[in-house]
Design a protein around this ligand. Sequence first.
Ligand code: BGC
Length: 696
Amino acid sequence: MKDKEYVRKARLLMRKMTLEEKIGQLNQVGASIYGTTNESGYEEMAKNGKVGSFLSLHDPERCNKLQRIAVEQSRLGIPLIFAEDVIHGLKTVFPVPLAESCSFEPELASRTAEVAADEASACGVKWVFAPMTDIARDARWGRIAEGSGEDPYIGSLFAAARVKGFQGGGNDGNIDEKHVAACVKHFACYGAAESGKDYNTVQLSDNNLYNAYLPPYKAAVDAGVLTVMTAFNDLNGTPCTVNAPLIEGILRKSWGFEGVVVSDWAAVAEAEYHGYCADRKDCAAEAIKAGVTVDMMGHAYDTYLSDLAKKDGKIRRCIDELCEQVLVLKYRLGLFDRPYADLSRVKDLYSQEKLDLAAEAARKSIVLLKNDGILPLKRGAKVLVTGGLATDKRSMLGCWCFPETQESTVDTLSGIKEKFAADYAAVPVDISRYSAIICVVGETNRETGEAASHAFIGLKESDVALVKAAKKTGLPVIALVLSGRPLALTEINDDVNALVECWHLGSVGGRAIADVLCGDFSPEGRLTASFPRETGQCPIYYSHFNTGRPYIAGQGCRCKFRDCDEGPLYPFGFGLTYTEFEYSEPTIENAVIGKNDKIRLSVKLKNTGKVEGTETVQVYFRQISSKPIRPMKSLAAFKKVRLAAGESRTVKFTLDPDDLGIIRTAALKPERAKGKCEIFVGANSEDCKKIEFVTE
Ligand code: BGC
C-alpha cells in the first residue's frame, strides 16, 4: 500500500531532519484547550518541530492558526495532522455504532462514516480515531456502545464499511479533501476486559483470539485502513502498546500493515504501571521497538527517545522507519499541498441532507423487542410521555460527541409531539385522557462509553417504579429504552405492552422514534449484542461452546445458573417488525458437499401479515466436531428482504466451506470446514431451522 513516490519524498525530507525533529513527528499532543488558554505552549511546539500531530481540536480556525505556524515558521515547514474522536459524527450525530450495527446494513455505516469524514475534514480534522472494532460480549463494559457488538462476522463487515466511508474510494490510499485517515482501534481485544471493567486485563486463548476477536481488525486492515490504535489492556500478560508479537508480528508481518500505529492516550507510559517496564524510559524503548509509531500523550518518546537513540542503533533505525510512516501519511492526506481547512466548507455542516441520513440511520437502528399489538399507535393519538430521559437532548446524542449541536437535537418528547397529541408528566397522572403511556427509561450519555463500566446493568429503581406505576393505571404501556448497552430489562419486560430498544440515536433520534411508533417506518433493526436477563449472566453471547454438560431444562448438573432462566432475554439477531414472516424448511442442494462444491441453500420466506416489512434472513453455521472446539453457531450470511403483505420470495445463499472452518494461525485464514456440519436459517440466533450435511 505504501506509495513509492511518497516514500521517496519522505526519505528526501528526512535527510534534512534532525533527530529531534524526527522524534517530534512521533509525538502527539492533546490540544482541546488550545485557543482558550496556553496558546504559546502549543504554538512553540509547532514552531520548533516538537509535535507531529495534535488531537482533540476541531475548530478549523484554531487548526489553521497552529498549522500556519508549523508550515510557515518551523524550520522545515512540515504540516501537522489534526486528529479527533469522530466516533459517530462530528456536527451531524449518527446513532452510536452499536445501534447502527443493528441495521445489519454495513453500506449504511459506510455512508454515515463518509458524512462524518466530510464534516471532520471541513473542520480541519484529517485523522479520526474510528472505527472501534472491539468485539464486546459483556455489556458491563461501557464501551460496548462504540463497536458493532459481539459477532466477528458483523464486526468485520462494519469495520471494512466504515473504513471505506471515512477514507473514500481507493486511489491506493490517497485521501481527498473530503475524506480522512481512519484508525482502527483498540488493537487488540480491548472489549474482552475481564468482568467488563474498563482497562482491565484480557486473557484469551488462541482459539478465541483468532476466531472471535482479531477478525474485525484484520478486516479493517484489508479494507486499507491507514492507521491503527493500540489498546490500553495487556493481552495474556503483555501490555498491547509494548507488544512486539502483536504489533510487529501479527499486524505488520502477518497482515502486511504498513501504516501508522498510534498508542492510546498515555498508553506507552502506562506500560510501567502494568508492571511490564521498569520506568518510563524503558516504556519508550519497548514501545518503539514494538513498532508503535506515535506516542499519544505518553510523553515517553519526546522525553526519552533522544537519549535512547544516542546509545542504541536499533532505536535510531526505528525512529527513521516510524518517522517515514508519519510523513507518508501526511503526503497521502495531501497536507503538504493543502495544509489548511477550507473555511468556506463550514456552511455545509449539519445540512438537511446530512440530517436526513442521520434520520435514516436512526430509524434502521431501532429494535422492536416486544409488541402485543399496541404498536403502531394511531397517528395523532393522545399519549402521556413520562421519564426524565424523554427531554434529555444530550443523552439522545450518546457517548463520544461534542455538545455543539445539542440545542438542535430532537429529543424523544419533541419527536413524539410531531406525530402525536402528547403531554409530558414526571409520573403518570390524569390518565383518563390518554390512549397509552410511553415510559422513556434507560441510561444517560454519561453512563456509557469510556470508563463507564457498571457492575449492575438492570434498569434503575426509579425507572422500574415508573413502569410499574404506569402499568397500575390500566392503560397500555410502551417502554422506550435509551441506552448505549444492552440493559437487563427483565424487571419491566412483563409489565409492558411494547418494548422498544431505541439506543442513543443522535441528532434526530426523537423523530426516528416517533416514525416507528406511528408506523411511518416499520422497525427492522436486529440485535448485534445479546440482551441478558440478569447482569450475572455477563459475558453472554450466542456463539458459545457447547461444553460437556450443555443446558437441558429440568436437569441438575448442567451448565446453567440456578437462580436465572437459561439464555438471554432477547438473543442476538432478534428484532420484531409490524408484520409476520413465515419460513419454509430450508433446503440444501447437496447433502454431501464435494471438494470443489459450494453450499447452496434456499428458503422460502412469506410475509403473512397485513403490512409491508423487512426481514433479515440469517444463516448460522456449525461444525459438529473440531480440535479445538468451535461455537454452537456462527453467523455466516444474512440478507435483508423487503416483502409486501402476502408476498413470498425464495431467498438463496451460497457459502464456501473454505471460508467456514477453524482459524488456527494469526494470518486468520480459515481452514476448510470438514465433516458433519449444520446450517441454521431463520429470524434470529435462536429461532432458526436446521439442515445437516457433510463436507468432504
Ligand atoms: C480512548 C480512545 C480515544 C483516545 C483519544 C482514549 O481514552 O481510549 O478511544 O481515541 O482516548 O481521545
